[in-house]
Design a protein around this ligand. Structure first.
Ligand SMILES: [Mn+2]
Length: 442
């Protein structure tokens, strides 16, 4: 998925989900955060029940620090006493009846989560009250909550539009939370926790890297299946469905962002989402999609001819974009910046006279969100980025984008999405194979 700005940084546990191994990662993150807010406390409010019949997905920050996937939870991190308290809604027979068992306040939840104390949500105010005396500040994340398929750029835009809407204009959830807390805290200032969490989340730990690697493996498998099955006469949504099927089959909870499958003229629409066009001989298809696997995502784009063979003009543009992508990947290492990658892409495309046909940013951080948090550079080992140059020529119905998910290592990088071919001969060989669509349609 493409970043709007030219460069971002030119400058369950639902009783079961997380296990003991996972808990040690969550505990380490809470410990690290409490060190950063030494002498203060932080409050995070998790996602509430969904307003639709979709699966509950916890807020990224809340999950990052707890692994807890229970709706309506609050986390208090006490950086003075170095203790964490989780607040959960009380047991409800009705909810259990409909939704199954949940995590409830008490010893069982403490054992399952490894969090120091698990109290009922009604206790939160008293615990806050206890701590407000002599408190120098309270940290609260002020950036928008991130649940399924949410990235901050999009969420901020939505927030801005909502606040400016003459008819439904209202303050954000985070601003409202801040107001409620302020009313109870008196003169204690509220400080934004988001930049602190952003910088922690920017650099991935071993658990995160393992999940990102799996998300990229699943993403690659899905895109490969779509390429294998692609044939003239199919609809764009059918390619999306094939990849989505593979994502779910492999254990992803859903997608990282709505699928982008643009054929022919739609290949030039950066975030094309209708996916309704019937594809025909000669079309080039830009497919940009990725799964959400245990709160970590991948973001992969491949461009391929629906018939399985590139036409000469298509191959020429494609090769230029591929050269640019490879030139940029060669620059990815600790110390490099987004500007270095943009520069490598620009120089490579310029050699072919195509630089002016690129109208979006070519790289962004990726992790729990597709356009992940973190505005700090240069890269360090453990950050994950995407690299996605493109060339778009609407006059010729010809759009090409190639995107991989890449982990920065100590001595260079590892292309996590390397399983999907991108060289012309390899793409044509993959597309000559029989895909599962042939079985579904017969
Ligand atoms: Mn992207």
């Amino acid at each position: 998925m493409v970043l709007r700005a030219f460069l971002i940084g030119c400058v369950a546990l639902q009783m079961t989900a997380a296990g003991a191994d996972d808990n040690s990662f969550f505990a380490a993150r809470r410990k690290a955060l409490m060190e950063k807010i030494e002498g203060s406390i932080a409050v995070l409010k998790g996602a509430t029940e969904t307003s639709s019949y979709t699966a509950f997905r916890q807020d990224n920050n809340f999950y990052y620090l707890t692994g807890v996937e229970t709706p309506g939870a609050i986390l208090l991190l006490d950086g003075i006493r170095k203790r964490s308290i989780l607040f959960l809604p009380p047991r409800s027979e009705e909810i259990e009846n409909w939704e199954g068992p949940r995590l409830y306040p008490g010893r069982e939840a403490r054992n399952a989560t490894g969090i120091d104390q698990v109290l009922e949500i009604s206790e939160f105010e008293r615990e806050l009250e206890k701590r407000k005396e002599n408190l120098d500040r309270l940290y609260l994340p002020l950036s928008p909550i991130e649940t399924a398929a949410v990235s901050r750029d999009r969420a901020l835009k939505h927030e801005e539009l909502t606040s400016r809407d003459v008819w439904e204009g209202r303050i954000s959830r985070e601003a409202a939370l801040g107001q409620s807390l302020r009313a109870r805290l008196g003169s204690v200032p509220i400080v934004d926790l988001s930049p602190v969490l952003d910088e922690m989340r920017r650099v991935k730990d071993a658990q995160e890297i393992a999940r990102l690697r799996e998300a990229a493996r699943i993403g690659a498998l899905g895109i490969k299946e779509a390429m294998r099955s692609a044939a003239p006469g199919m609809y764009e949504y059918q390619l999306a469905a094939l990849a989505h099927f593979v994502f779910l089959w492999e254990g992803a909870s859903g997608f990282a962002f709505h699928p982008i499958v643009g054929s022919g003229p739609n290949s030039c629409i950066l975030h094309y989402s209708a996916n309704g066009r019937r594809m025909s001989e000669g079309d080039l298809v830009v497919m940009d999609f990725g799964p959400d696997y245990r709160y970590y995502v991948s973001d992969i784009t491949r461009t391929f001819p629906i018939s399985g063979k590139f036409r000469r003009e298509q191959a020429e543009v494609y090769q230029a974009v591929l050269d640019a992508q490879k030139a940029a990947i060669a620059k990815i290492r600790p110390g490099a910046t987004f500007a270095d990658l943009a520069d490598a892409v620009d120089k490579a495309l310029d050699r072919h006279g195509y630089a002016r046909f690129l109208n979006h940013g070519v790289s962004h951080y990726l992790g729990m969100s597709t356009h992940d948090v973190g505005s700090v550079e240069p890269f360090v080992p453990g950050v994950v980025i995407t690299i996605e140059p493109g060339v778009y020529m609407p006059d010729r119905n010809l759009g090409v984008r190639i995107e991989d998910t890449v982990l920065v290592t100590t001595d260079g990088c590892e292309i996590l999405s390397k399983d999907v071919p991108k060289d012309i001969a390899e793409i044509e060989a993959l597309m000559a194979q029989k895909g599962i669509a042939a079985t579904i349609m017969n």
